[in-house]
Ligand binder design. Structure first.
Ligand code: ATP
Ligand code: MG
Length: 364
């Protein structure tokens, strides 16, 4: 992958542009970790990049990265830039394309993320990124307070990198995060969830969650029970274990939303035959994971349910209405719900004549 990326850098240089591999790829390279995509910074403008690589994809947003796929690898190419004005502590509204790599590196978030590789494959380290990697610590480039106040996403990125790499945060970074944590409120729930998902799904998630709690970010993120989070490799289960503002909900698909809602209901009523009948095996398994009940026990309970759906009840609505000489309404519903529960709980056999007898004895 490095070889291919260096070839790309040389193509830029041949056209008279400067180009460097930057960001995560270089950080991971120094760490000896495989990276999934490559960020490239260049003096070529997006238009010039497109001219060189007609297959590349222009960014959707202004000032975004041009994306190029080569041999199944993704390259995110950005033009050297300086960020001039920020809106909402998040998006720079004014950007100036510049010709200097160094200026471009200065606008980046962390020292370890400002490492770059030149066309010869040499690692350039202008901001002590290697030292940070050696000491397993996260430092911002320049004043931390300034960095986080300009863009609150960096707060969550700091926690995410600390988590995935098992790094500590420097004291300056920690205090600046605390100073600026209220700005997380201005960040979209989609960006917050994206970073949180990566923290929660990390194999080192426990550490990340502890950082969020220790720095008081959980409350700013409107998550009220971070202490009780259930960590596992299923993001739906994780979010179902959290008591958070509903605003994160929009970020889930409708089927995910439905599952989370069902799991919360199961947690409210507890896992029993009724919860299994009403909310199904999957939601109950997630709930069992959250409250620490053996999953296989849940499967056994589910398999032994006398009925798994309405359709299996051995009496029709019309039968009930005939026996009691009633029309659909509150009484019908009461009877129907009652026999369902009695069947589910093995108090009433699911046989037509038994159910009829039960209705006659109790309601007529
Ligand atoms: P990964 O790709 O593993 O998430 P990364 O460091 O490559 O990690 P990207 O989001 O791909 O992260 O960003 C590439 C580089 O762009 C970063 O390494 C960093 O130098 C810079 N960068 C990204 N987001 C920000 C930000 N919010 N503020 C400042 N610089 C940023
Ligand atoms: Mg990257």
């Amino acid at each position: 992958m490095l070889k291919e990326a260096l070839k790309l850098l040389n193509q830029f240089e041949e056209k008279g542009f400067k180009a460097y591999i930057v960001g995560g790829f270089v950080r991971d390279y120094v760490l000896g970790i495989n990276s999934k995509d490559v960020d490239i910074a260049t003096s070529a403008t997006p238009k010039e990049i497109m001219e060189m690589f007609p297959n590349s994809v222009l960014p959707k947003e202004e000032y975004g990265a041009v994306t190029l796929y080569l041999k199944n690898e993704r390259y995110e190419i950005t033009t050297f830039r300086k960020e001039i004005k920020y809106i909402n502590n998040r998006k720079p509204i004014e950007i100036e394309y510049i010709s200097s790599l160094l200026e471009d590196l200065k606008r980046r978030d962390f020292r370890m993320n400002a490492l770059c590789i030149d066309k010869h494959g040499v690692v350039l380290d202008y901001f002590d990124g290697k030292k940070d990697i050696e000491n397993k610590v996260i430092n911002t480039i320049g004043n931390s307070n300034y960095k986080f106040s300009q863009d609150s996403l960096r707060i969550l990125r700091a926690i995410r990198f600390a988590t995935s790499l098992n790094f500590s945060l420097s004291d300056e970074v920690k205090s600046a995060i605390i100073e600026n944590k209220h700005l997380l409120k201005t960040l979209s729930y989609s960006r917050k969830k994206q970073e949180l998902d990566r923290i929660f799904l990390s194999s080192n998630a426990k550490y990340g969650v502890q950082l969020l709690i220790d720095l008081g970010l959980d409350k700013e993120l409107e998550i009220y029970n971070m202490n009780n989070i259930i960590l596992c490799n299923d993001i739906i289960s994780i979010w179902a274990s959290l008591d958070s503002t509903d605003k994160y909900k929009q970020e889930f698909s409708s089927s995910e939303k439905a599952i989370i809602k069902d799991v919360k209901e199961v947690l409210k009523i507890g896992i029993n035959n009724y919860s299994l009948y009403k909310y199904g095996l999957y939601a109950n398994q997630i709930a069992s994971n959250i409250i620490g009940v053996d999953k296989s026990k849940i499967v056994g309970l589910y398999d032994n349910l006398p009925i798994k759906s309405k359709k299996e009840i051995d009496i029709t609505a019309m039968d009930i209405e005939r026996i009691l000489n009633i029309k659909p309404g509150p009484l019908f519903k009461e009877v129907y719900d009652k026999i369902t529960i009695e069947i589910i709980n093995n108090n009433l056999e699911n046989k037509k004549e038994k159910i009829e007898e039960y209705i006659i004895n109790n309601y007529r």
